[in-house]
Design a protein around this ligand. Structure first.
Ligand code: UFG
Length: 338
């Protein structure tokens, strides 16, 4: 069965391609290489023994998207990762985000509407909940006004899919709301490759640990939490990737309730920034140079997932511990810098 993975050379995309191939799916990747490297294909091949088909396409080029679906008429499912994801950049360049994340989604759905049946798995984010009133955060928690154009693209993206599904019963869709993905494949053939200065905590920690950055800035230690730092739900990228395969299988087998569903993907466990630093120091044996600075605007205090719906309905559960996930991130950092 042929599955299109957009953004399949990116961080979560590449790990998902590995799990799809491990389960026997034939994968075609579309990526414009704007935030990914072609060598990731070799990493995927090293793990799975198979190189996926690759088409270098920018999804903003509508004609090319149409041509792709003519050429690959046998695509039965799409997992759509391709998107821009830097919160700060989205504030500076909102139209870039609306074009990259929304226009491309419309073009893909237009092609799926032409098909007799298809599955569509969408990369969403826990950012849609903002600071949730109740923790852990369940899928019933209200969607809060977006803090950034990036966050808005995830909310609008879900609304677009929901509207399209309402009038297009042959499209079965699932939006997956990720908490904080971290770590690398245990083979360390693929992992996270942030361009420039990392915005996210774990790559910043590993780059500081290896000496690429001088010091980690901890954004605020005066929050109303046990140690004063923010709490997040850090989920290993391989656990996250496996959830995509299960969600895809569910929708391909037409087991969706209605034809649009949402699931949280997290571990259910919250960890503070200082706990992540301690985990890093424990697994690496490296003392991390860090300093507490001002809060970062827009950060929520606490976010961790209620995983009941994914556990029960998808039959999926995150299995990797924080230490194992951080260890994989550290192993990967050491491999790519040596
Ligand atoms: N942090 C630091 N120093 C850093 C980087 C992060 O202290 O250099 C802290 C943040 O303040 C936060 C925690 O580490 O408390 C996690 O920060 P990340 O940037 O790694 O992750 P976020 O939870 O802020 O961001 C994630 C996704 C975004 C999404 C956002 C919505 O990466 O795509 O959730 O809340 F938009």
């Amino acid at each position: 069965m042929k599955i299109l993975v957009t953004g399949g050379l990116g961080y979560i995309g590449s790990h998902t391609v590995v799990e799809l191939q491990n389960q026997g799916f034939e994968v075609v990747i579309i990526d414009n290489l704007s935030n990914a490297s072609i060598e990731v294909l070799d990493g995927i091949e090293a793990i799975t023994g198979k190189k996926p088909i690759f088409e270098k396409i920018d999804l903003r080029e509508k004609q090319k998207v149409q041509d792709f679906f003519k050429k690959h008429g046998d695509v039965e499912g799409v997992i759509h990762f391709a998107a821009s994801k830097a919160v700060g950049e989205s504030v500076e360049k909102p139209l870039l985000y609306y074009e990259n994340n929304i226009a491309t989604l419309v073009y893909l759905l237009q092609e799926l509407q032409k098909k007799e049946s298809s599955s569509f798995i969408f990369s969403s984010s826990c950012t849609v909940y903002g600071q949730a009133d109740q923790l852990p955060v369940s899928e019933d928690a209200p969607v809060k006004p977006a803090e950034s154009p990036y966050g808005n693209t995830k909310q609008i993206g879900e609304e677009i899919i929901s509207d399209v599904c309402r009038v297009t019963p042959q499209i079965k869709s699932i939006a997956l709301r990720y908490f904080n993905p971290i770590g690398a494949h245990p083979s360390i053939e693929i992992g996270e490759l942030p361009k420039g200065v990392p915005q996210n905590l774990v790559p910043f920690i590993t780059q500081t640990g290896i000496g690429l950055r001088k010091q980690l800035a901890v954004f605020g230690a005066d929050y109303p939490t046990a140690d004063g730092t923010c709490i997040r739900d850090y989920i290993h990228v391989v656990d996250l990737a496996k959830a995509h395969v299960v969600a895809l299988q569910r929708s391909l087998n037409d087991r969706n309730e209605g034809n649009f569903e949402v699931f949280n993907l997290g571990t259910g466990k919250g960890s503070s920034v200082l706990e992540v630093i301690q985990s890093f120091e424990r697994v690496s044996g490296v003392k991390l140079n860090y300093e507490v600075v001002e809060r970062r605007p827009g950060d929520v205090i606490r976010a961790y997932a209620d995983t009941k719906k994914a556990n029960e309905i998808l039959g999926w559960k995150a299995e990797t511990t924080l230490d194992e996930a951080i260890k994989s991130a550290w192993d990967w950092e050491q491999k790519i810098r040596n």
